[in-house]
Design a binder for this molecule. Sequence first.
Ligand code: 13P
Ligand code: SF4
Length: 347
Amino acid sequence: MNHVLERLTDARAALGEDLLILAHHYQRDEVVDQADYVGDSLELARKAADSKASHIVFCGVNFMAETAAVLAGPGQSVYLPRQDAGCYLSDQAESTSVRSAWEALGQAMDVEREILPVAYVNTSAEVKEFVGRHGGLCCTSSSAADILRFALDERPRALFLPDQHLGQNTARALDMGEEEIALWDPRYPAADLEQFKKARLILWRGSCNVHVRFLPQDVHRVRREHPDVRVLVHPECRPEVARLADEVGSTSLLVRRVQEAPEGSTLAIGTEQRLVNRLSQTHPTKNVFSLSDPAPFCATMSLTKLPDLERTVSALAHGEEIAPVFVRLKTAGSARRAVQRLLDFTA
Ligand code: 13P
Ligand code: SF4
């Protein structure tokens, strides 16, 4: 065993039940191998919420660790081994621009009655707080359709943020027409407000820099090269890619589809590279590969390496002071409400 692994093993043994290590599917293999639980963002949020461990080490990106911190009980702390692990998508909806958008829309309509804000979990705790305070809730990619349907039953319009592609793909799943959708571009907040009065769904103009890399020509190419291929893509992919795919689904659905596929199947997957590689390695009797070549990977998910995890766990075992993920008390209350509504909705 190498020294890093030895120190990590000793530190884990010392902490026992007091420690829970969570890892998202996009993490490096060396980190995934050490996790108590590996899952998508919703599954990990649930694990964190159900855990009794006083130290939760979250190997993922900051919005995921913040969500766990918002749900944490008294005496529990959440640690992100790499504090610089952000998310390009969540960074595109800064809470100040979300508040300005709400104010601007307020000039055109009574926003509190007419718009329900829905935040994808890939948002900061401040944005979740904003959404919770205005009666809205969070969603994940697996629950977006159910939650958007619910939002549109509650109020005439929904503001969906920050992923326009997830929003468009979800609207298509709900059979909404293009004319019912308007795009809010935070770079041009003074846009013509009339268009938003006509819309049922207001989409924030944001996207994931990993999933936008899949293009329609990738789908055409894999179909040409593998006539029996099934193309499965994450809903953060562009709608023009999602339309050409055989199925669009959340991380957990993509994992399940590969597990369920008969031996000998050919599957092209449109999502993060590390997950696709792992699925390919763990299913050697199936031909599983990335929809695009080269396969896009999430740079911030890749930041966490085994020594980062080891340093965090060893520091906890030795009682050294390390900074937990911090969410201000005044933010945590409404943010928790927005996330708890998601957990209740998907229970
Ligand atoms: P999941 O919610 O499916 O885990 O996805 C999170 C994410 O960051 C996708 O890019
Ligand atoms: Fe964020 Fe995209 Fe990375 Fe997911 S893959 S964590 S949405 S940047």
